[in-house]
Design a protein around this ligand. Sequence first.
Ligand code: GLP
Length: 240
Amino acid sequence: MLASTVLADHEAVSTAAAVSIAARLESKPHALLCLATGATPLRTYEILARHGRAAPCLTRFMKVIKLDEWGGLAMERPGTCETFLRNALVTPLGLDSRYIGFNSNPANPAAECTRVRDWLAANGPIDTAILGLGLNGHLGFNEPDDALQPHAHIATLSPESLRHSMLSNEPERPTFGLTLGMSDLLHARRILLLVTGKAKRDALRRLIQGPITTRFPASFLHLHPEVTLLVDAAAAGRTR
Ligand code: GLP
């Protein structure tokens, strides 16, 4: 069973996650981090950026790969994962030369997946993946389905993903997703999964109870030997 650490609230989870990432970077300064976007990890990244600005040696060598992206939106749209990560970490820490991610609006999405796949084959595996849990159990845009994909691929976005808050001010809907695959994530040396808020309560329960099924992709984390699952009291059902 996946063991979770329950902390008081989103701030406590974010602080614990940032401390854990910073400790990892102290022992492995060149670590490749895979970063999810969304409401859950934002505060973690803000705290990490603060640590990095106070002690630049901490983040000087780290590399970052973006977990996923909304396909069909221009890169500079406020709702893209690109804008999110650039604002939260890439620009504050000056990571440009050590950062890679999907172009959100590539002329050839399949070729874009090949580019990211090749980069990860040459520069991976991921050291630490910082992930959030989709309401439907997705990891990145590995959406519930009959089968899951191992590497970077084009995804069909679920209705839940299309309702995600990152898109609430976007006039256009993304027409597809771009995401690292399940094998990419399961080969990360370490996974930090953050789950906060009451809305995630059912998803968290389903994750912890299993079973392992492609209909709930995060359930595959039961197969990984080093998952740190940080949750807040609201997601754990310890508050009303
Ligand atoms: C989005 C993102 C994922 C993210 C997840 C949860 O669709 N593509 O990378 O982890 O959904 O987002 P949130 O933390 O906002 O609940």
